[in-house]
Design a binder for this molecule. Structure first.
Ligand SMILES: *Cc1c(COP(=O)(O)O)cnc(C)c1O
Length: 223
């Protein structure tokens, strides 16, 4: 077995164990956060069964998309988005932009998508622990902003929410940030929210326990 196969097997077993403990009907999608590796590594990961990859930088994503055009991959954008990169990103037709951090950002995406006659799927990023260093809507404003985007911006299609767990070793604080996010997600399910994207290499079992159905995993897969 290659190192990637070992990593993948270990992660899949862990996810399955926690999932069965939590809710056997939950379907969990893995986005392989491939920012650490090159196109060849992604190809190797594709060959052991992974289809969805997440990139943080538009330029890196573009190079990898072009290099891997022969494969039926799904591309997710998960990093901080700069306004001047939106056009390039939309041209890559990403399956989902996880990191729409504000109403204004949704507006910018909407405006450019309209020109291209596209409807871009996005998630609204929640700053679930109110951290100054992090992008995203505060939990207090999340629901209102979600509805406003949904009503006013026809060229983006909201599919749910995303968060990065609290940046701390304190498991209780991380759990609280996930629970806060899940509560928002629950309240938005009747508005068509389908994905709750939370959980990274260090906290994904906890995220699953709190209701995540989309995980963004990098180092635990590619190390
Ligand atoms: C890099 C990254 C991940 C994956 O991080 P790991 O800790 O390596 O699993 C997930 N989400 C975002 C937004 C990232 O930038």
């Amino acid at each position: 077995m290659t190192q990637y196969e070992k990593n993948f097997d270990a992660v899949l077993s862990r996810i399955e164990a926690v999932r069965l403990e939590t809710n056997e009907h939950q379907i969990i999608k893995i986005i392989a956060a491939s920012k650490y590796v090159d196109a060849d590594a992604i190809r190797n990961f594709y060959n052991i069964g992974q289809r969805a990859f997440g990139e943080n930088r538009v330029q890196d994503m573009k190079e990898k998309v072009q290099n891997l055009e022969d494969l039926p991959l799904e591309w997710h954008f998960i990093g901080r988005l700069q306004t001047n990169k939106i056009n390039t990103l939309l041209d890559l037709s990403p399956t989902l932009i996880h990191s729409c951090e504000s109403y204004e950002m949704a507006q910018e995406i909407d405006k450019r998508a309209k020109v291209k006659a596209k409807k871009q799927p996005i998630l609204l990023q929640i700053n679930s622990a109110n951290e100054e260093t992090k992008a995203g809507i505060t939990p207090q404003k999340a629901q209102e902003t979600y509805l406003k985007i949904k009503e006013e911006l026809p060229n983006v299609s909201l599919k749910g929410i995303m968060t990065i767990g609290a940046h701390t070793q304190d498991q209780k604080a991380i759990q609280k940030s996930f629970e806060t996010t899940y509560t928002i997600f629950e309240n938005l399910q009747n508005q068509g929210a389908k994905y709750c994207s939370m959980g990274m290499s260090n906290d994904y079992p906890l995220a699953i326990k709190c209701g995540a159905n989309m995980l963004r995993l990098g180092s635990v897969l590619f190390k």
